[in-house]
Structure formats: C-alpha cells, structure tokens
Design a protein around this ligand. Sequence first.
Ligand SMILES: [Zn+2]
Length: 217
Amino acid sequence: MKKLLLIGAPCVGKTTFSNLLSIHYNLPLIYYKAKNPSLSSSRNKRGNPNRDSAYCNYFKQAILELPLDSGYIIAGFPRNIEQVMLMHIENLQYDLVIDLFQPENVVILKAKYREICIPCNTSYNSQEISIGEYQLKSLAPKAIGKCDHCEKDLVKRPDDEFSHIKRRYFDYIVNYEDLRKYFEKKDKYFIFNVTKGVEDFSRLVGEIESFYAKNKR
Ligand SMILES: [Zn+2]
C-alpha cells in the first residue's frame, strides 16, 4: 500500500491533489485539522519545537488509528527539517515525498482569488491564470460563495492575504532547501511542477506509477 507525503508551496494545490489521490488510490487522507488555534497557523517558523512535535505526534497518532498495513496520504507535512528529524525519530513511514511547485507570482495570484470550504476542506478559485507555462483554469463553485459539495459558505483564508502569502512563500523557499537535500539523498522524492492545475492530475499519477515501478514496492 502506498504511503505518500504531499508537500509544497503555499496555495499550490496540496489539498486538491491529495483529495484526488485519496480517491484515485482509495487511500485515507491525513491532514492537520487545527484543534489548538496556536498550532493552526501554516507558517513554518524555525525553532518552534513544541509545534513541530505537536505536528509530528498528530500524524503519528492518525496513522496508528488506521488498520495495520494501511497505506495513506499525508498532506502538508513535513514543513521543515526539524519535522523531518522528528519523523525519523518516530519512525513515521513513507515511500515517496511529492513536492508540488509553482513560482511565487502564480501562488500570489491564486491566493488572492482563493476561497475555501472549511467543513469539507475544498478549495475554489474564481480566477483563470495565464503566466508563461502556467495556464490554470478557474475552479469556481457552481453558486457564488457556496461549496458545491456541502453548500456551506466559502471563506477567505486569513493567511492568503498578500503580506502573509509573501511570508509563507519565503518560508517555503528557505525551509524546503534542507528538505530537498535530505529526501533527494534518500531517493524518495520528486518535484512536480503544477502548470495546469487539476489537469496535471493524470501526469502526476503517471510519475507516481513510474516511481513505484522503478522501486518495485
Ligand atoms: Zn464543502
């Protein structure tokens, strides 16, 4: 059973792709649901050992609650090298780390128009984006401001605001340098350039399949 970690730039589509992969592979999806607001910020400041270990314990516990030998998809973890170290200590298992990438100008534009449904963790985006190779169709809800799945009101994420997203992207660039070096050495990692949004999904599945074929897991 596949054990995938989906990491990547803020607003790149981690939620959308992990939902699609969870359905495609029939794997449980684990993502951080904030119970403690002080831990809920997606900013990944270095040197916050309490938060790093809280994150790691959260995912470890979620895996323990799955049936034995179940595969899984973890979205949005790890975010910095300290969390990778804790994963190593806790022996948190994974086969492959997928790093979803989009450049800062694309991410900023997406964040500006992104709306989310908190109850069912679905993201929408009313804006088409056309920047060089990045051609993203809009993912607008059928009714303005309402979730297609549960009809709840859509909201803006406070951390999608311009200065926040700039900061989050900066954190991503700085923290991921170490992550990349570590996972690349383990040969369990690839960067996936998201140029067409959800239309990239079959290409992503192709890359995952060729990874597993090559590594025969
Ligand atoms: Zn919803």
